[in-house]
Ligand binder design. Structure first.
Ligand code: ADP
Length: 608
């Protein structure tokens, strides 16, 4: 629909009302003035007739026609009034302005007819004789005793009134011409006054419409009318509320975004047309596709798994939650996913998509396998010495107790197995204590690497001396690192014990400490235990730090090993945020190296 500007809405009304008012007032003033003027003239003429009547009657009854004529002429001239005397038959007897002999019969003139009927006659019309608009008043007058009365008629010109009326009308017309101009000016001013706050409100509303919710739009309500200020305040309140809500929505969206992208589970949102809406980082890693590039792409090309695609179809069709285990391939590795498919619903609960949440069970399954292996290993490791002890005790009870040498031998073996059992339980307890600490990280304080190595050497001297092995320490005294000293000593002792145990008698074991610098400028501390023992075959190296993993079980057992020493080392080092590595060449020896984060450089600012 065609929209009118505010001016064109106000102007016609304003101009129309003003024009109508002027015309009505003009007409009222003109008609009232005319009526008043005519009635005043009529009254005036009536009174004048009454004043003339006695003189006219007297002169007529005396038959003084000449005198009567002069009187009428003089009086008429002085009073600017036309005076006419008409007899009962309508014949004009005398007239102040005209020659009465030339005048026609006046009996039919309305005012004369009324006067002849005995009443006062009044009439207003153009005079045929004088050719101008006249007001006539006629009254009966007694001319001759005993005869029917004649008529005394006074007439006065209304030309001056007509002239005034004409000028009044032209003034009204002039006002009517001026009124639209004034109305236009008033309309412009009013339109501006109304539209200015409206314009401001429009600007505010436009800001909202284009989504400028960050700055709350404030409309200035000063100089506004009560109604406009009310409307502006309502818009301001609305803007404030929208601003608040948008802030909450943005905050919630950011929170959701953080949850979504930080989730360890893979999450993929799919619309009703089976196109990807979005997926999180975990899903992007799982499907090996960048999260941003998959938006809007068909799920078929991204998920590429029949089971998952069927699950999506089923969930979309049935609008209900589904759950199942799916195996997908990320590269060549099979991954078991516990998959929840939830329908995305609109406000009337219609299905508009599917949300897939996939929990990678592979790690969990692996941990479960490790746990099962561990339980089996522990049982086995514990069972072996127990079986041996049990066997010997039963043999002793069956009679071997009688042979003292054999009995002592049996008891020695049983005692050794009991020690082994004790060692295994001790190591298991140590391992479990360190595992607790690995979760929380151990409390560390700067300690000297040399001190750690020397304390470990001191603990292992008896064993080394027993085998005639020489222990050497190579460490700069200033090397320090944040560490839990007792735990780290335990780790070095474990490595040193192994090095001594697996080295041939008369050999040398070297403990060395070095420092290196990382690319980011940080320091690393490397503690190495180097032996020239039998070494470890390459295929065993990746598993050497696993619990109870021993390349040669029998040999290890003979040497009193529990199979937990290196696992303990690994956990102690992990609790220090460090790593442990092994390099070994069969027949040449092994080097176990613990790498720890070094001391952070601290710049001491000196007071200037
Ligand atoms: P164990 O109690 O059997 O020594 P560890 O966990 O300490 O258990 O060691 C696991 C296995 O690693 C050992 O059984 C042994 O075969 C091998 N090993 C550890 N240290 C050395 C070493 N210095 N030289 C050769 N083999 C080693």
């Amino acid at each position: 629909m065609h929209k009118l500007r505010l001016f064109w809405q106000i102007f016609p009304v304003c101009a129309g009302i003003s024009l109508l008012s002027v015309l009505l007032v003009g007409w009222l003033a003109n008609s009232t003035g005319r009526d008043f003027f005519i009635s005043e003239l009529n009254r005036n003429l009536s009174e004048r007739i009454k004043l003339l009547q006695p003189t006219v009657t007297a002169l007529a009854q005396r038959g003084a026609d000449e005198q009567l004529q002069d009187f009428i002429r003089n009086t008429g001239r002085q009073a600017s009034t036309r005076i006419t005397i008409i007899d009962a038959a309508g014949v004009v007897l005398t007239d102040s302005s005209e020659d009465h002999t030339l005048m026609d019969n006046h009996a039919s003139r309305p005012e004369v007819a009324l006067a002849l009927a005995g009443k006062e006659g009044r009439s207003r019309r153009g005079s045929r004789t004088l050719r101008e608009s006249m007001l006539y008043v006629a009254q009966p007058v007694l001319l001759q005793e005993g005869q029917r009365p004649g008529v005394l008629r006074l007439a006065i010109s209304t030309a001056s009134y007509d002239q005034h009326s004409g000028s009044f009308t032209s003034k009204i017309v002039l006002i009517c011409l001026v009124v639209p101009v004034l109305a236009a000016i008033l309309s412009v001013l009013s339109a501006r006054r109304i539209s200015r706050p409206l314009e401001e409100m429009k600007r505010g509303a436009e800001q909202l419409a284009v989504g400028r919710f960050d700055l709350p739009t404030r409309i200035n309500v000063d100089h506004m009318t009560v109604e406009m200020a009310g409307l502006a305040n309502a818009i301001n309140q609305m803007a404030e509320q929208i601003h608040q809500r948008v802030r909450i929505i943005i905050q919630q969206r950011n929170e959701l975004e953080a949850v979504f992208s930080g989730m360890a589970d893979s999450v993929v949102a799919i619309d009703a047309d089976k196109n990807i809406i979005r997926m999180n980082q975990a899903a992007s890693t799982l499907f090996m596709l960048p999260a941003d590039s998959v938006k809007g792409r068909p799920a078929q090309g991204v998920v590429r798994n029949t089971q998952l695609l069927e699950l999506i179809d089923y969930t979309l069709a049935h609008n209900s939650q589904q759950e199942c285990q799916v195996t997908v391939f990320s590269g060549t590795d099979p991954i078991t996913l516990q998959t929840h498919a939830m329908p995305l619903r609109d406000e009337v609960n219609n299905s508009v998509g599917v949300l897939l949440v996939m929990n990678d069970l592979t790690k969990l399954n692996r941990l479960e396998n490790i746990r099962q292996d561990f339980v089996a290993n522990v049982s086995h490791e514990l069972k072996t010495p127990i079986t041996v002890i049990k066997g010997y005790i039963e043999t002793l009870l069956d009679g071997a107790l009688a042979e003292q040498d054999t009995a002592r031998n049996f008891l020695r073996v049983a005692a050794a197995q009991a020690n082994r059992l004790d060692a295994i339980v001790d190591d298991l307890l140590t391992l479990s204590r360190i595992e607790d600490k690995t979760d929380q990280n151990v409390v560390t304080s700067p300690a000297s690497a040399q001190q750690v190595l020397e304390n470990a050497v001191e603990a292992c001297v008896p064993l080394a001396e027993e085998k005639g092995i020489q222990l050497e320490v190579e460490c700069a005294p200033e090397l320090r690192a944040p560490m839990n000293q007792p735990l780290l000593e335990q780790a070095v002792i474990n490595l040193l014990n192994n090095a001594i145990a697996y080295s041939s008698a008369g050999g040398t074991v070297l403990l060395r400490c070095r420092e290196s610098e990382k690319s980011d400028g940080g320091k690393l501390l490397h503690l190495s235990v180097i032996d020239k023992g039998p070494g470890i075959a390459k295929e065993h190296l990746p598993r050497i730090f696993e619990r109870f993993y021993r390349p040669d079980k029998a040999r290890s057992r003979d040497m009193g090993g529990t199979g937990l020493g290196l696992a303990i080392v690994k956990h102690i080092v992990q609790a220090h945020q460090g790593t442990v590595e092994v390099e070994s060449i069969l027949g040449k020896g092994s080097t176990f190296t613990i790498t720890l984060p070094g001391m952070e450089e601290r710049v001491v600012e000196e007071d200037l």
